[in-house]
Write a protein that binds this ligand. Sequence first.
Ligand code: FAD
Ligand code: 2HG
Ligand code: ZN
Length: 465
Amino acid sequence: MTKPTDLQQRLTGLLSPTAVITGGSDLEPYAVDWRKLFPGRPACVVRPSSTEQVAQIVRICHDAGAAIVPQGGNTGLAGGAVPDASGTQVVLSLNRMAAIRRVDPVGLTIEAEAGCILKVAQDAAGAAGRLLPISLAAEGSATIGGVVATNAGGVNVLRYGMTRSLVLGLEVLPDGTVANGLRKLRKDNAGYDWKQLFIGSEGTLGIVTAAVLRLLPRPKHSMTALLSVADPAAALRLLELAQDELGDQISAFELISATSMQLVARHAGLKAPIAEGEWFVLIEAASSLAGLREAAESMLGSAFEQEIALDGVIAESGVQAAQLWALREHVTESEARESKSVKHDVSVPLTAVPQFLIEAGQALAAGAPGTRVNAFGHLGDGNIHYNVLVDAGQDADVVNHIVHDVVAAFGGSISAEHGIGQYRVGELARYRAATEMDLARTLKRALDPDNRLNCLDARPPWHER
Ligand code: FAD
Ligand code: 2HG
Ligand code: ZN
């Protein structure tokens, strides 16, 4: 096995000197996740500028027996994009492969390299009068490759689906060879749809170098409203009302607890422009047909009449809509400023969300007294970020098990959108059936038999046995 220094030399020989980082403070942003929960020590960081260079890097690393950790914007919430502390793993950053290759406004596609920032791709689609509907608070840093690799969700899943439903084509390197599936086809049943395996595989099966994503015509009108409700059950009744009155025009239906709002007020200085309440709902709807605003006003009127909503406002302008969205988008950052937190990215069947919230709260009060819950998320998808604010002495595993046991009792998932990474390896093994874990191992062994891709000693369940 080649020593790391030899490996560094071979990689430096392949790329320009600035494209290989072997030490110093330049290494730090690539070595640890943004929450600083998973400090790693890479053998080096490589920053290729082409698919061919990625292929050569993979071959060199395979020869040297070195593991590769692909990294995009390093905004992930599961610690999947950073290496362990062994000093033997190579971080392969895609941040120099950031080109938008083409936008086709009639074919409704965008082709971008993996390191392209999501916001840049959204803006390119917007400039062509089209919509790339993947939207999340980290969109100014997250990359297309990272979004595809995590099958990112975000606030528009309710209407447009997860990233998976928007990927038409993919270029991937499971090993040192390039699988070019950069097709722009809506219909393609010629054999296995292998790209689906890589979407959401978090870099454990292959390195994504480029993608073709589906665009949509951009709706001409949009409507953003913030309402307060007494409890999550009322929020669900509001969803039903919104479905009745706004139909398929609803694109986001987000739940925000009073705790989340308080954190945002304290740490970001932002305040909701409606009366204080226990729970808030942020709704967005979009349409190209006239009458959206009238429909939204009628929905609001019915919500007050039926005593579902306590207070509410509809944004009068784009600026006001952005102000309402800022309340939701600042929750994560405000939570990080408040205290240590144990995050849970859970989903349960939509109609079970209110009861889940009650039972998880009761279980925590009994098993981890003194903790506080910061609950918010994508209610329209049954996905709640059930984050538990803890002090330094609290055992995170205990909190995880309390919350995830309730999730399991509801037939839910321990990760709705953020993935497994390093953070949930143990929890996945605990809650996924043995047959499903075996199936995952079979796929992993078939595509990465030497366990070189993002499958580190810190992530044993994927390569044990
Ligand atoms: P990274 O963090 O760099 O990597 C994430 C994973 O993908 C790692 O396992 C990495 O190895 C792998 N990977 C990255 N690039 C590649 C590649 N080219 N090929 C193969 N594997 C690769 N996520 C949601 O789903 N919904 C949200 O609403 C949401 N909101 C967020 C809000 C904030 C404030 C923050 C900080 C994060 C949020 N996230 C959300 C999580 C995160 O932004 C997404 O998971 C995003 O898709 C990660 O993109 P990235 O480029 O930063 O990937
Ligand atoms: C969001 O929906 C993200 O804002 C982040 O998925 C969730 O901070 C979190 O736990
Ligand atoms: Zn989310």
